[in-house]
Design a protein around this ligand. Structure first.
Ligand code: ZN
Length: 251
């Protein structure tokens, strides 16, 4: 089967429905949606986010917050705010949302597109943060596809193996809003798509990526959403103050 021409990639939505809606609107017509985990946790609207992604027919992998919120993973490694939010999420999740999250696998190969999907890293799917080239390096051995898409750190970044005949090690690029990266045939890539619902790179706008497997292009985008709307819903839900404040800072 020929690969789809345009796929929208999202991760770390974290129950931020206003942010997810803004991304869906900004992305427009696409052939498929892929989500690299953490649909829920931290934010106020877990069911709406799970339902909207289901409506879009999104393919998702599990994040640590997805597994933690439904009791599949111990919350012992979560910090206090994350744990409070995960417990709150577990209480408000509908039966159907719980079932959807429970069915998520930790990794997924999209063979048609030469892509591998994971939340954290290929060698530690739920927990590892890949924030440096040295961490990325050993992970290239843990998947076989041309490109691995991930999330978890909430910071957009792309790592690439050296091209044929090149001497230097793994390269890294922090893509700007609107920046397109051409995927070279003699390199392999690890691309963190950034976070829809809780960016941590100092830019509070939602992050997403458009992947064109036939043209071999990935383009990074940021879109503004009504942060106050999500913050207001978090106040109503009684979620931790730090989690409310950080949305406006993108930290
Ligand atoms: Zn996350």
């Amino acid at each position: 089967m020929a690969p789809p021409s345009k796929i929208c990639l999202v991760a770390d939505i974290h129950s931020n429905f206003a942010a997810l809606q803004a991304v869906v609107q900004d992305a427009g017509e696409v052939d498929a949606w892929w989500c690299m985990g953490d649909l829920v946790g931290y934010g106020p609207d877990p069911n709406q986010c799970v339902e909207l992604l289901a409506e879009l027919g999104a393919v998702s992998v599990a994040g640590n917050h997805d597994a933690g919120s439904i009791g599949k993973l111990s919350l012992g490694r979560f910090n206090l705010d994350a744990r409070v939010a995960a417990e709150w999420t577990g209480r408000v999740l509908s039966e159907s949302s719980t079932r959807i999250l429970d069915a998520l696998e930790e990794t997924r190969a999209e063979e048609d597109c030469g892509a591998f999907l994971v939340h954290g890293s290929p060698s530690d799917p739920l927990w590892e943060y890949m924030t440096s080239a040295s961490q990325a390096e050993h992970n290239f051995e843990a998947f076989t596809e041309d490109i691995c898409f991930c999330g978890h750190s909430h910071v957009p970044i792309v790592f690439a193996t050296p091209g044929r005949g090149e001497q230097e090690g793994v390269a890294q690029v922090v893509p700007a809003d609107g920046e397109t990266i051409e995927l070279a045939g003699d390199r392999r890539y690890l691309a963190n798509v950034g976070s829809v619902g809780q960016p941590r790179d100092g830019d509070p706008r939602a992050s997403y990526v458009m992947f064109e497997p036939r043209a071999k292009l990935i383009t990074y985008y940021r879109v503004a959403y009504q942060v106050e709307r999500t913050q207001g819903r978090m106040v109503e839900a009684g979620l931790p103050a730090f989690l409310i404040k950080r949305l406006a800072l993108g930290r």
